[in-house]
Ligand binder design. Structure first.
Ligand SMILES: Nc1ncnc2c1ncn2[C@@H]1O[C@H](COP(=O)(O)OP(=O)(O)OP(=O)(O)O)[C@@H](O)[C@H]1O
Ligand SMILES: [Mg+2]
Length: 346
């Protein structure tokens, strides 16, 4: 564990601060939103169970906090399987992967989080494991080296990634299905908040729940985190019931602005507009300006700003759109060619 890249550890810790495992849904029925993903998953799980076969390998991609890890645990539960969890950067050498794979009983679920961060050699070992349930192990070195093929029990690989664009095509192709998690609608988040509030022993009315849902950046993790902060606010201010007004006051105090943008989101927009004339500006340049890690900008902040249509990706960098100017209370930008440039995946 201590070998994990410290930058990745920090990133993960910042995303998941103080999460309540008990708030995690334990069945498909308890999982709100992502209706298309859930519909397909239910069908695949049921079909695999009818055939008494392990489930095919599945990949979940999408921004942090949308429920990828939660779904992996849930699927293992529904399949009646145990889940072994690991993470891309934890597996430094092919041997690390082989050690895990060779100990999996038939039908077991292996969850690899941050799968886009698997080192190349480990990823290549995974190919034959996924396809043929076999791995080649090389023993010895030089002329005396021998390759032994190890046959594995059939297992299900569940992969999660916040950066599907960074995944290699051969790895992607070996999954039976790819599920792209979408940001949640406010009414779906309100359901999640409504289920969590009693567990936190918090009285909150429907209008307040919807208000919070609208300020949670389409993300259950953020909704649940803000709900806990609102509970603190209510307690300190001796509010017995959280109303829309109390919720709004708490969010203001937390620095959450319209559409749920936080201080950092707003600073990103303002910097692109003020300092870089609306862009294009590269992510590395922005990261340097904020003394922030590039991945935090790319994984935590940017996806929602893109989804709101405040930022656009172009081959030369990020560009602020007219909507971003409007949000910041500034007159619309002069029209420039870069605004129509094609989307750029990195
Ligand atoms: N549909 C949902 N219904 C209820 N709670 C949810 C749902 N999706 C996510 N959550 C809650 O949100 C939190 C974050 O979910 P999870 O850890 O599964 O996200 P993730 O996609 O794995 O994020 P990361 O990319 O950072 O690993 C958890 O506390 C989980 O219980
Ligand atoms: Mg996760």
């Amino acid at each position: 564990m201590d070998k994990l890249d410290p930058a990745v550890m920090r990133l993960k810790a910042r995303r998941e601060d103080g999460e309540f495992i008990s708030l995690r849904p334990k069945s498909f029925a308890e999982f709100a939103g992502q209706t298309e993903v859930i519909g397909n998953l239910k069908m695949m799980v049921e079909a695999a169970k009818l055939r008494s076969e392990p489930l095919e390998h599945l990949l979940f991609s999408g921004p942090p906090g949308l429920g990828k890890t939660t779904l992996a645990h849930l699927i293992a539960g529904e399949m009646g399987a145990q889940l072994t969890a690991t993470s891309g950067p934890l597996m430094e050498r092919p041997g690390d992967l082989v050690a895990i794979l060779s100990s999996l009983p038939r039908g077991q679920v292996l969850f690899i989080d941050e799968i886009h961060r698997l080192p190349r050699a480990v990823e290549e070992t995974l190919y034959s494991a996924m396809e043929d349930f076999k791995v080649d192990i090389v023993t010895g070195t030089g002329p005396g080296a021998r390759t032994i093929t190890l046959t594995l029990e059939q297992f299900t690989l569940l992969g999660a990634t916040t950066r599907s664009g960074l995944l290699s095509a051969p790895l992607r192709d070996r999954f039976g299905a790819l599920f792209q998690m979408e940001f949640y609608q406010p009414d779906e988040l309100a359901v999640i908040i409504g289920r969590a509030a009693p567990q936190l022993e918090l009285a909150i009315d429907a209008a307040a729940m919807l208000h919070l849902a609208e300020h949670s950046r389409g993300t259950p993790r953020i909704a649940l985190r803000l709900l806990r902060r609102i509970r603190d606010y209510a307690q300190v201010n001796q509010a017995e019931l959280v109303t829309r007004e109390i919720c709004a006051a708490a969010l203001r105090q937390l620095g959450i602005g319209p559409q749920g943008l936080d201080k950092m989101d707003r600073m990103i927009l303002e910097t692109v507009i003020d300092r870089f004339g609306g862009g294009p500006v590269g992510l590395d340049t922005l990261a340097a300006v904020f003394h922030e890690e590039r991945d935090v900008l790319a994984e935590v902040h940017e996806p929602y700003l893109l989804k709101l249509g405040f930022l656009m990706k172009t081959p030369r960098g990020r560009v602020a759109t007219g909507r971003a100017y409007e949000y910041c209370g500034l007159p619309s930008p002069p029209v420039s060619g870069t605004q129509d440039a094609p989307l750029f995946e990195d």
